[in-house]
Design a protein around this ligand. Structure first.
Ligand code: ADP
Ligand code: 5GP
Length: 207
C-alpha cells in the first residue's frame, strides 16, 4: 500500500529547531523528500551546496524570479530564499516519494498554501524567548549582529502563528519529534487522502 502524497510545511523563528527536527523526520520517513531551497545567504561551515540549499548570488536568484521558477520566494533576514517549482514537480514524479518537507518562513508558508491548498502547515515554538536566544547563540554559526537581528525578528514571526494548522513546542527534542511524527501519521489518514482505499475495497479490490 502506497502512502498518500503529503506537503508538510515547517516554520519557526530562527533557532527554534526546524532543521534539527526536519533531519529526524527524514530518518523516520525516508520517503519524505526535503525541499532544497535557493538562497542568496552564504553557506554556514557545515552546510553543503545542493543538500542544505542551492547557494546562488543575487543576480542568479533574480533571473530565476524573472523566469517564474519559484513556487514562492521571500526576503528573510536580509537575504532571498525561494522554493523552485522543479523541486515539487520532481518529487511528484518520483516513484517511492511520499511527499515533501518545506523549511520556509511564514511568508513562504502562505504562498505555498495559496497554490497547494492541501499542504499542512506546522509552526515550531521555542519553550521561551530566553531559550530561543540561547539556541541561536549556541549554534555559533552567525555573527553577534546576525543573531541579534534574527532574535529581534522572532517576535514578528511568532505573531503569525494564526495561519498554521499545528503548533509544536520544541522543549525536549524527542517530545517535539513525537508530536511531528503524530501529525504526519494523522494527516496521512485524512479521509480525502485515503478515500481511494475505501473505493477500491467497494469495487472488490484489495488494499
Ligand atoms: P532552526 O533550523 O529553526 O534555525 P536549528 O535546528 O538549527 O534551528 O536549532 C538551533 C540550535 O538549537 C541548534 O544548535 C540545535 O542543535 C539546538 N536545538 C534544537 N532543538 C533543541 C532542543 N529541543 N533542545 C536544545 N537544543 C536544541
Ligand atoms: P536560515 O538562514 O536559518 O537557513 O533560514 C532563515 C529563514 O529562512 C528560516 O525561517 C527558513 O525557514 C527560511 N527559509 C528557508 N528556505 C526558504 C524558502 O525557500 N522560502 C522562504 N520563504 N523561506 C525560507
Amino acid at each position: 500500500m502506497v502512502d498518500p502524497f503529503l506537503l508538510l510545511i515547517l516554520s519557526s523563528p530562527s533557532g527554534a529547531g526546524k532543521t534539527t527536527l526536519t533531519r529526524k523526520l527524514q530518518e523516520r520517513f525516508p520517503a519524505l523528500r526535503f525541499s532544497v531551497s535557493h538562497t542568496t545567504r552564504s553557506p554556514r561551515a557545515n552546510e553543503v551546496d545542493g543538500k542544505d540549499y542551492h547557494f546562488v548570488d543575487r543576480k542568479s536568484f533574480d533571473d530565476l524570479v524573472e523566469k517564474d521558477a519559484f513556487v514562492e520566494w521571500a526576503h528573510v533576514h536580509e537575504n532571498c530564499y525561494g522554493t523552485s517549482r522543479a523541486e515539487i514537480d520532481r518529487a511528484r514524479a518520483e516513484r517511492g516519494c511520499s511527499g515533501m518537507i518545506f523549511d520556509v518562513d511564514y511568508q513562504g508558508a502562505r504562498q505555498i498554501r495559496a497554490k497547494q491548498p492541501d499542504a499542512v502547515a506546522v509552526f515550531i515554538l521555542p519553550p521561551s524567548m530566553t531559550e530561543l536566544e540561547r539556541r541561536l547563540r549556541g549554534r555559533a554559526s552567525e555573527s553577534d549582529e546576525v543573531v541579534r537581528r534574527r532574535f529581534a525578528a522572532a517576535q514578528i514571526e511568532i505573531e503569525h502563528y494564526g495561519f498554521f494548522d499545528y503548533l509544536v513546542v520544541n522543549d525536549d527534542i524527542e517530545g517535539a519529534f513525537k508530536h511531528l511524527e503524530g501529525i504526519v501519521l494523522a494527516e496521512r489518514s485524512r479521509r480525502f487522502r485515503r478515500a481511494d482505499l475505501a473505493e477500491r475495497l467497494l469495487r472488490g479490490g484489495k488494499l
